[in-house]
Design a protein around this ligand. Structure first.
Ligand SMILES: C[S@@+](CC[C@H](N)C(=O)[O-])C[C@H]1O[C@@H](n2cnc3c(N)ncnc32)[C@H](O)[C@@H]1O
Length: 290
């Protein structure tokens, strides 16, 4: 499920952010051979470089010195990649979930719903708490994992508006909220298509918007979310890595295209401060400047 770091498809990005940082990387990675250095020090220099040991008769019939492999740059890169992967795994498991969310995940699986991942759920609680989010919109109620994660970070007086096309999913979300101790007064459920519901919500009135519904509609959800946010408010879009598929240029399906468009829009919109959190399947965040 976790994927590698998000790599964006183009090398030039309009707007103040300038060129894609990934473009600074060489297009071909050199693969030098590991350097061999005798354990007891460097070999003596001959006329054209180090010379190997030789016996008294000039032959190589002597016990070779013990050698140590000094990692070259490609080994370092592999070590770095391994270390980053270990860090990602640790981050994903860093905030363990309780039985309420575990039960919600089981219900989600039974109904074919893919809830936000464990790392993304922890990030949502953090974002709601850090921003003291009182007014939150969730696009895609699902089984209520995201809902409860958000509510746990929100202050007591906060109200979460959760939108979903499926009444049955909203019923599951109610169950998850009730099991987590959140009464119906904390959640306003609206059943309907997000793109029909969102235009009815007020401009600049929300602290946090979670996007986790129809992926092909992400660019339109983003535009609506930015309209809904107050300055300093945050939009969080789940699954932007799409299990690595958007980094594959061969993928030209509608979902991959919509996600690439969304990522590009977040990175280049001068009104936003973008942040890609490498948790779960990629949680793309942006706060509204001003
Ligand atoms: C990935 S699930 C959301 C999971 C949820 N965040 C959680 O953690 O449990 C996506 C949800 O979006 C809903 N959905 C799909 N298309 C939608 C649309 N156009 N408008 C509103 N909801 C939609 C689905 O019914 C589904 O419940």
């Amino acid at each position: 499920m976790p994927t590698g770091p998000l790599r964006l498809p183009s090398t030039t990005f309009p707007g103040r952010r300038g060129p894609d940082p990934a473009a600074d990387e060489p297009t071909t990675t050199p693969h030098p051979l590991p350097r061999l250095v005798p354990a007891d020090g460097p070999a003596p220099l001959g006329p054209s470089g180090p010379v190997g040991p030789s016996g008294p008769d000039g032959s190589d019939d002597v016990e070779p010195p013990t050698t140590t492999v000094v990692p070259g740059p490609s080994d370092d890169a592999a070590d770095d990649a391994g270390e980053r992967e270990r860090l990602r795994t640790r981050a994903e498991r860093f905030s363990p979930e309780d039985e309420v969310l575990a039960a919600a995940r089981e219900r989600a699986a039974e109904h074919g719903i893919v809830p936000v991942g464990v790392g993304a759920a922890a990030a949502l609680t953090f974002l709601a708490s850090a921003g003291r989010a009182r007014a939150v919109v969730e696009i895609g109620s699902g089984a209520g994992v995201g809902t409860v994660s958000l509510l746990r970070g929100m202050p007591r007086e906060g109200l979460l508006t959760s939108i979903d096309t499926e009444v049955s999913h909203q019923r599951l979300t109610r169950i998850t909220c009730a099991e987590a101790g959140f009464g119906s007064g904390r959640v306003r459920m609206i059943t309907g298509r997000a793109l029909e519901v969102l235009p009815r919500l007020s401009d600049g009135a929300y602290d946090l918007v979670l996007v986790d519904a129809a992926t092909v509609e992400y660019p339109l959800y983003l535009a609506e979310a930015v309209r809904l946010l107050r300055p300093g408010g945050v939009v969080a879009l789940d699954n932007v890595c799409w299990t690595g598929r958007i980094t594959d240029p061969a993928r030209r399906d509608a979902v991959s295209a919509a996600l690439r468009e969304t990522v590009r829009a977040v990175r280049t919109d001068e009104r936003l401060a973008p942040l890609l959190l490498p948790v779960s399947d990629g949680l793309l965040c942006a706060s509204l400047l001003g």
